[in-house]
Design a protein around this ligand. Structure first.
Ligand SMILES: *Cc1c(COP(=O)(O)O)cnc(C)c1O
Length: 472
């Protein structure tokens, strides 16, 4: 197409872009090499748009102008130069969003982290005796009190916990798992692969939807080291199904002298069904039913820092501690500080629910969510104006591979701009300061206040204003 070629020829050169105001304005703060790089990228981006366009009208709409290309380049430069880990606003309604860092910490945990970070601490010193002590002592006692466990251990994350359990208890031996529980969690955690890395051999029993006690019985041999139960935390097998219950597995284990270990995934400390959430086995329940060791994450429903917690039999936990791997998987002092402060809140369930953001979001009252959405909507309508604003019913979800079927009723602010596509708007919001992460459904931008922390509404208004009226 000739028109296309003439558009391509009209694309400005890099030098020309660099002279435009948006790039000139930041030229003294951002290295020249980076400005060159982003200018080239933006020109390429417009070139691709020209090539992809299918009509003359579409070409005209591209508004190829050195100032526009430079403005885009400047955005890229700013984003890249000032990038790195930063806070974002989560308006997706996904509470344990792994890409967004899972659990925001409680105020008390943040305080514990800051006060430990810049000063010395009694990390491995017993103030009582003046002797060296385990760094884990600060949290192990708390975990035992809260769960009724004989002993506990904390490592870097639950994947590490499972690896340590398998390596310690089953290296060069066999582990029996039901086929229906061979889960993959986001980020590459797959039960069969972790098994391989640990040096244990996986023995699968049953079928995807059905597994019976006799399936386990038949697979048990003198090479068997343990029976593993994995909580199918991010999916459910529904319909024509059968799983061996925890109690039955424990009774089988006792009969043949094998420990039962459970990867509980999320691990809740108390029952949240009274808030309309689906039943999840609690850590206490697993222990009461006789499981030898249970492992779970610190930053899922627990609402603390990234960690893997293992609770169970004193002897089992001692063997884990004695494994050299546990040294390689040990947690740092900031994690311990945050975990200790988070766990302390659990002594009082109501306090935990009020103070731990994840629990607050999980149990938020729909009427409160509606009131917050109404208030924010009024502000947005006043300040952003252009476009169509609505409030609608919707659902939030737990995320992080926990409670996959839970649908938490919520109210969403829905927005549709007359002239900016939802995709473009999402990009501008992601490039905002701070970045605002939202959902899109059928060309509508959706904001769910369940995961927006108190006080972030003002930031949302500012970022939305800039995204919708970039020139102002
Ligand atoms: C999330 C999850 C893991 C991994 O836990 P991390 O703390 O993310 O390492 C392992 N197993 C199950 C069942 C999980 O749900």
């Amino acid at each position: 197409m000739d028109v296309k070629n003439s558009f391509l020829r009209a694309l400005p050169a890099v030098d020309r872009i660099l002279q435009e105001e948006p790039l000139q304005k930041i030229a003294n703060r951002i290295p020249h090499g980076l400005l060159l790089e982003v200018s080239r990228e933006s020109i390429d981006h417009f070139r691709e748009k020209i090539i992809a366009s299918s009509s003359g009208e579409e070409l005209e709409n591209l508004a190829i102008d050195p100032a526009v290309i430079a403005a885009e380049a400047a955005e890229r430069a700013r984003l890249r130069f000032f990038s790195g880990l930063r806070h974002v606003i989560n308006a997706t309604g996904v509470i344990l969003h792994t890409n967004l860092g899972r659990a925001p910490l409680a105020e008390q945990a943040i305080h514990a982290v800051t006060s430990t970070a810049g000063q010395y601490s009694n990390l491995e010193l017993s103030l009582e005796s003046g002797r060296r002590d385990s760094r884990l002592a600060h949290v192990e006692g708390l975990v035992c009190t809260l769960t009724g466990a004989e002993a506990s251990l904390i490592v870097n994350n639950n994947a590490a916990a499972v690896l340590l359990l398998l390596n310690t208890l089953a290296r060069d031996r066999e582990v029996i798992v039901s086929r229906g529980q061979l889960v993959e969690i986001g980020g590459g955690f797959r039960v069969p692969d972790v098994m391989k890395a640990s040096g244990a051999t996986l023995v699968e029993v049953g079928t995807t939807n059905k597994c019976y006690r006799h399936d386990y019985e038949r697979a048990i041999s003198d090479r068997t080291a343990l029976l593993l139960k994995v909580h199918t935390s991010n999916y459910r097998i529904i319909g024509f199904t059968e799983e061996v219950s925890r109690k039955e597995l424990v009774s089988l284990g006792r009969q043949v002298g094998l420990p039962v270990v459970e990867d509980l995934g999320s691990g809740a400390f108390y029952d949240l069904t009274e808030y309309g959430l689906p039943p999840e086995p609690t850590v206490q329940e697993c222990l009461e039913e006789g499981v030898g060791a249970v492992s779970f994450s610190g930053d899922k429903i627990l609402g603390g820092p990234q960690a893997g917690i293992i609770v169970g039999d004193r002897d089992l936990i001692r063997r884990l501690r004695d494994n050299q791997l546990s040294r390689a998987l040990r947690v740092d002092k900031l994690t311990i500080a945050a975990m200790e402060a988070t766990l302390r809140l659990y002594h009082d369930h109501e306090k935990a629910r009020c103070e731990i953001p994840v629990l607050g979001m999980l149990t938020a009252d729909t009427r409160d969510l509606k009131a917050r959405a109404d208030r924010l909507l009024r502000r947005l309508k006043q300040q952003v104006k252009a476009g169509d604003w609505q409030i609608m019913k919707g659902t939030s979800c737990v995320g992080g591979g926990a409670m996959p079927l839970a649908e938490l009723p919520t109210y969403l602010i829905s927005y549709r701009s007359g002239d900016i596509s939802a995709e473009e708007l999402m990009k501008r919001l992601r490039w905002g300061d701070p970045p605002l992460i939202a959902r899109v459904h059928q060309e509508h931008l959706l904001l769910d206040l369940r995961t927006v922390l108190p006080g972030q509404e003002e930031e949302i208004v500012t970022v939305m204003m800039k995204a919708v009226n970039p020139g102002e």
